[in-house]
Write a protein that binds this ligand. Structure first.
Ligand SMILES: [Zn+2]
Length: 396
């Protein structure tokens, strides 16, 4: 596997413009990526989510259920709605960033193929309308957080077309030491990991088919994934591995490997699917001394796996530990670049390649793979002593 090739794909992707409902540049990138690789085919559902199939044709060998790797194509950001005069644009805000981070912050809009810089001069507060929204705002305030604005007014250096995505004015990605700092990592680094894996499958002429799924508007409440479930875009027999960049919480360290996410704030994922990912990771760790991974309940937020599980899919999650989650540099209390460890990214790609290759040797029937062998061995080992000592302890 080529680390340089993976890093350049990652860097190119995290520099793209995107925002919830404004993912066209990411879609375009994926289309071009697929067009250059004959073993990859893609289709879009009517909501604009992309399903990619890796199909090695006549050589295909799939014993077991196909793996579907899912990531989202958006990042919290702005969408230009209209020019108020030739230097001021009104833009909607979409996603979660605390309200206090917006004041006087610099942003940029991608319009006519280039970035147009600007500065927030006014914020338009959310007006909670439903009881549920009112409760959400109240609960955010109760732990010191302030809900983001509904919209902003930005002074721009030139006019911006309505529909243009807007992002924080953070420079293009840089890699220093083991750290990649970028305008966004969530979730485009996860998506890049899937594309690197697909590239490796094509190069290595893997004979095992698999799928990738790229959703829209996750940051507003996994809109794309919910619509895809309703439209039955995701094949029912697939084992969904949702890939995220997640706020590094206590007990999770950047550089210690991607995290097998057993659940999120809302639910615990399909235990057998999680166990399957763990078995593959353990096999990989035994062969490759540089491979590391972590296992954790990442309950800092809710992710798409909860939606997939809730609607009856077998789903689990893998995530990259993320610094400055949603661009909130909590030390400086200012907007800053998100960052990940590139060793975690490289291990993510290795893990995906191993997972994609595994259904052929690993039969997935809903039981915990790997676990039954271990439990059988324990029973076999201890049963005789239990029998021998039973009479003693029960006093018979
Ligand atoms: Zn996010």
């Amino acid at each position: 596997m080529s680390r340089t090739r993976h890093l350049s794909l990652l860097t190119e992707l995290v520099n793209l413009p995107t925002a919830p409902f404004c993912e066209s540049r990411v879609v375009e990138f994926i289309r071009r990526f697929i067009a250059r690789r004959p073993a990859l085919k893609f289709s879009a559902d009517r909501f604009g989510n992309l399903l990619v199939r890796y199909n090695p044709g006549r050589n295909a060998r799939l014993q077991g259920r196909p793996i579907l790797f899912a990531a989202h194509m958006d990042h919290p950001g702005f969408c230009a709605t209209k020019m108020l005069d030739d230097r001021h644009v009104h833009a909607d805000w979409r996603g979660w960033v605390m309200g206090s981070y917006f004041t006087n912050e610099r942003v940029q809009f991608f319009t006519n193929g280039r970035w147009v810089p600007g500065k927030i001069v006014d914020v338009i507060r959310q007006k909670p309308i439903s009881a549920e929204q009112r409760r959400a705002v109240a609960s955010a305030r109760s732990f010191g957080a302030e809900a983001p604005p509904a919209a902003v007014i930005v002074r721009v250096v030139k006019p911006v077309k309505p529909g243009s995505p807007g992002m924080w004015a953070i420079r293009d990605a840089v890699v220093r030491g083991h750290q990649l700092r970028a305008r966004m990592c969530d979730d485009i680094a996860g998506l890049a990991g899937i594309l690197c894996m697909l590239d490796e499958l094509c190069r290595g002429k893997s004979r095992v088919p698999c799928m990738a799924f790229f959703t829209r508007a996750e940051e507003v409440g996994f809109a794309g994934a919910l619509a895809a479930v309703e439209a039955k875009t995701v094949p029912r027999n697939a084992i969904v591995v949702a890939v995220e960049c997640s706020k590094a919480i206590a007990g999770v360290a950047l550089g210690d490997g991607p995290v097998l996410r057993v659940g999120d704030r809302a639910s615990v994922f399909t235990p057998a699917a999680t166990a399957y990912c763990q078995v593959v990771a353990e096999e990989l760790a035994a062969k490759d001394k540089s491979f590391r991974y972590q296992r954790k309940l990442m309950d800092g937020g809710t992710c798409e796996s909860t939606a997939y599980c809730h609607y009856g899919y077998d789903a689990t999650g893998i995530c990259l530990p993320l610094g400055n989650y949603h661009n909130m540099d909590t030390e400086r209390r200012k907007i800053g670049p998100e960052y990940i460890d590139v060793r975690d990214f490289e291990n993510l790609v290795k893990w995906f390649v191993a997972l994609a290759a595994s259904p052929a040797k690993l039969k997935f029937d809903g039981s915990h793979p790997g676990l039954s062998k271990r439990l059988d061995a324990l029973l076999k080992q201890h049963r005789p002593r239990l029998l021998r000592t039973a009479a003693q302890v029960s006093g018979m």
